[in-house]
Ligand binder design. Sequence first.
Ligand code: PHE
Length: 338
Amino acid sequence: MKKRIEELRSEFHKRLEEISDKRALNDLRVAYLGKKGEVSALLKGMKDLSNEAKKEAGAIINTLKKDVESAIKSYFITLEQEELYERLQKEWYDITWPEKTSVGSIHLLETAMRNLERLFTSMGFDVLNGPEMEDEEYNFTLLNIPDDHPARDTQDTFWLSNGKLLRTHTSPVQLRGMLEHKPPFKFVAPGRTYRNEAIDATHEHSFHQLEGMVVDKNITVANLIFTLKQIISYIFENDVEVRLRPSYFPFVEPGFEMDFQCQICHGKGCKVCKKTGWVEYLGCGMIHPNVLRNGGIDPDVYSGFAFGGGVERLIMMKYSIDDIRHFTAGDIRFLSQF
Ligand code: PHE
């Protein structure tokens, strides 16, 4: 029996040397220490021995068992370390390497719209939404622009097969607002607008406007001027001069165009303001009595002002952006600057 045990011991060490992974190591462990393994077989084989011989054999078998166990245990640790070392070779990561991740950001137009909304809500205005696919009535007729009115020609748009159109301005929301709310009220309506335009550096077929409107008793042009000055000063983070020039929009009376002092040359005159020191910005005026009436409001009791202007133009001026097409071109070199 002693001889058999010594054979098993040297056979075990030989097999152990050939093993290079944990699974094979486990197989070897089962072959020696498992229920049907070599050590169990040895123990079973002891039953015919004399008591004296049993004692001696038992001790040797136990030593073998312990040796096998500890050899397997330490070899297991060696294999684990080898595995780890191999992984570290393959998966190394240089923490000194400069990280270059690109994180997206909110589009500058969206930021500007949100900022404008924040400004107006802080002044007590509500924010209204209107449909981009608009009825002819709201876009023109109810705004005092009947079918045969030449003002329609200045706002050519995309007509849809269902008889509707893509709104040419945010002014239709004036009527939607008036019909849904009782005065006094003040609201703004930011959103996308469309025109059938020849596209160039300052004209796009889709752009954004912000409409504003206040209806109450005793509203005057002074209230209008104050509000407009607030917007421009907020956008340019500066106390900006504004001025009104008489102009014509069928839905206001009197109607104006508002200019603000050029923020490039601060009124001295430059290329951007065509040497005038002023930049034409938006249309505005006191809401025409006909429009108030169309919105269910009595013009003998209430008055109001309205204004509407392009958002892109304001941002272009603020950041000296020379082409409106940059907004939608999706060029990351442009977008990542904001
Ligand atoms: N809707 C006009 C435009 O797009 C601007 C405007 C709005 C004028 C409100 C007067 C009052 O040109």
